[in-house]
Design a protein around this ligand. Structure first.
Ligand code: ADP
Length: 268
């Protein structure tokens, strides 16, 4: 029958299709790789001259006397915007490295209680805002890169502070279930509408420019947080309600001590 004939012809056609498809895939991933390398190189190359520019702007601001309000304002804006661009380039560089698997991780057993206490103290000092820490008495241990996890946590706490009123606290909560550690960062801020929640972890995605534009940021923080936490075998999730607040949760597998190991691991 016609159907049988088609079946006889199919393998050759499928083979042809598969070859064309594979070629296409190969070219695409080559182009993708080139694009990542390009972004990485450009970020790297631009950072150095911009750092020099910031240096000059700062020294100009320090040495100049009798500046008019306009000149003072212009210098401050130029410095702040250049510093923001440098941060963005560093973020892009980190993302490009994460994409190509070149981001260096030093994962080791880590007591989250200690790390969270440090992050709370640090953020509180810098922001002068109330950050409440709630955690279990017992140590919660995961296998993670301490500096990278700290970077993610600071970023989430910063966002919590940035997108809520100055008199509102941010809560850091640590709990553990049978196999996982959960870190919640909760704020009572502007919240994120459901329609944006899917896209919030995309690069450069910011909810409403009119709402967020006035707040310093690059739109890369959550993309980096997701990329870093996934590289540590964890995940990041979000629950949020507009005008009520947001809770970002980091979930990481618990570290299981090998029978012959000495416990506890380094508490720094
Ligand atoms: P940004 O530098 O803009 O803060 P992020 O990647 O950290 O970049 O966040 C992306 C966007 O997600 C923000 O611009 C903001 O619109 C939204 N967002 C992030 N965290 C919060 C939060 N805690 N509350 C409300 N909106 C948030």
């Amino acid at each position: 029958t016609g159907a049988k004939l088609e079946l006889h012809q199919a393998p050759e056609e499928i083979l042809g299709l598969a070859t064309a498809f594979n070629e296409m895939l190969c070219r695409l991933s080559g182009a993708w790789e080139q694009q990542r390398q390009f972004v990485g190189n450009v970020s790297h190359e631009l950072r150095t001259p911009l750092t020099v520019v910031v240096g000059y702007l700062q020294s100009l601001s320090r040495r100049s006397t009798n500046l008019s309000d306009y000149q003072q304002q212009a210098l401050e804006t130029a410095t702040a915007e250049t510093e923001r661009t440098i941060r963005m380039l560093q973020d892009l560089l980190d993302l490009a490295r994460a994409d190509t698997g070149h981001l260096h991780f030093r994962s080791q057993p880590l007591v989250l209680n200690t790390l969270m206490a440090e992050v709370t103290a640090m953020s509180q000092k810098v922001s002068n805002r109330t950050i409440r820490l709630l955690m279990t008495e017992e140590d919660v241990v995961v296998c993670a890169d301490q500096d990278r996890l700290q970077q993610v946590l600071i970023n989430l706490v910063d966002n919590g502070l940035k997108y809520s009123a100055p008199d509102q606290p941010v809560d850091l909560v640590l709990e553990q279930t049978q196999d996982c550690a959960h870190i919640h960062v909760c704020d009572r801020g502007i919240g994120i509408p459901l329609s944006h929640q899917q896209r919030i972890f995309e690069r450069f995605y910011r909810v409403d420019e009119s709402m967020t534009r006035s707040r310093d940021g690059t739109g890369l923080g959550l993309a980096i947080a997701k990329s870093l936490i996934e590289a540590m075998n964890g995940r990041i999730t979000l629950r949020s309600k507009p005008q009520a607040g947001s809770t970002f949760t980091l979930t990481l597998p618990l570290w299981k001590a090998p029978h012959d190991s000495s416990y506890p691991p380094s508490r720094r």
